[in-house]
Ligand binder design. Sequence first.
Ligand code: GLA
Length: 447
Amino acid sequence: MTILVLLLFAMGVAGCGEKASKEQVKDTLALAPEMSGEEAVASLEGEEVEKDAMEEFDTDFRMYDSMEDLLSQEGIRFGTLINCKALDDENYLELVKAHFGSLTAGNEMKAYSLLDQSASKAAEDGMPVMNFTQADRILDFAQANGIGVRGHTLVWDAYMTDWFFRKGYDSKGGYVDEETMKKRLESYITQVIWHFETKYPGVVYCWDVVNEAVGDSEGEYLAEDERHVRTMRNGADNPFYKLVGNDYVELSFLYARNAVDGLKAENPNVDIKLFYNDYNTFLDRKRDAICALVDSVNAYAVDGEGNPRRLCDGVGMQGYIGGYGSQAGCMNDSDIEKMRTAIELYASHGVEVQVTEMAVRNYENSDVFVKMHSDYYKRLFEMFLSLNQGENKPLTGISVWGLYDRPELKKDDYSYKMNGPYCGLFTEEYKVKQAFVNIYQLLKAKN
Ligand code: GLA
């Protein structure tokens, strides 16, 4: 990095473009504290020169072998995000078909999207009713193109419809009792898993059974709970914890496992893995709490012979890395090491690991930052691949959600903060970026 910056200055970078203001330099350093002041200035002013210094490569994604084919040789499925709007974007669909073996619906398979309030109100048995129209459009595309789907997500306290927990599914009704709530939850989980497997056999290959149940800080969970299961989110009660019980995570996994076993009884080929999914999964405190939660889930129920039933097969690490929420600084090498440690630790608890919503956050489009970002992706994938070298392959999937740049995002857009507008492996026009090339070259060198 230092050599690069010196080179840029020697080439007269400071004269390119506008002078960086003190404020801009300060903002840049806040996002990337590991940079020196000089590097920050260079990154803000050095656009043109560095472009010449960048490697030349073909920007057409059609010119590269399938990433899914390359990564699957390492035991890893390569996935990305889709939503119904993207089904009208032919170029996006081309990109997906060219390089991905797994899709995750952005919102369409979440409970708040599937649950149908008026149909639930009218149901004679009092159980929830779902409308699968939008989700099915995604499944139609996946099935037609031989792409697997990560089911995302059955139980998530955030953005959950409140009426699901109320008498008569009436937004103004009181909350139902624990027994009713458990029946509703079991019915919901069973119906959803059965719907997709019977209509699209073999397409959904795993489910995020529970999303983000582990709290980040004291006050969000009970001090004596080593699983750190959220009682609260953003100052409000977690309705699942409050109305289903402190074992709602374990129960949800039990219901999901029973549903999968029921399907298996009809067709032994059914193979759906059950995951616990969360963010900041490589930060020590959360990581250890997730291990305690996985252990608790897998000790929760016994089979006919009295042996513990394995309810949870895997941990999903969302994989938003750097500079937002409780994470400081972008593209820290230490985060790569923390991810390695976390994946190894989860695997030691007897589960597989998938990176489920990856975005290496990048907020700057200067050449220095774009290079930092692509170098970072290279080191990250070197680490991922090194984990799967032996017989044991703990990492079974990587899904990238920060797939392409979105320079149009405003600073106060949620996606701006969540991903960073320049997080992509591709540009906003789905042109290949150096980050993609770096991962590709790593894989080609192995094959
Ligand atoms: C979480 C969820 C995702 C998505 C993001 C926000 O990570 O798991 O489904 O809603 O938040 O983009």
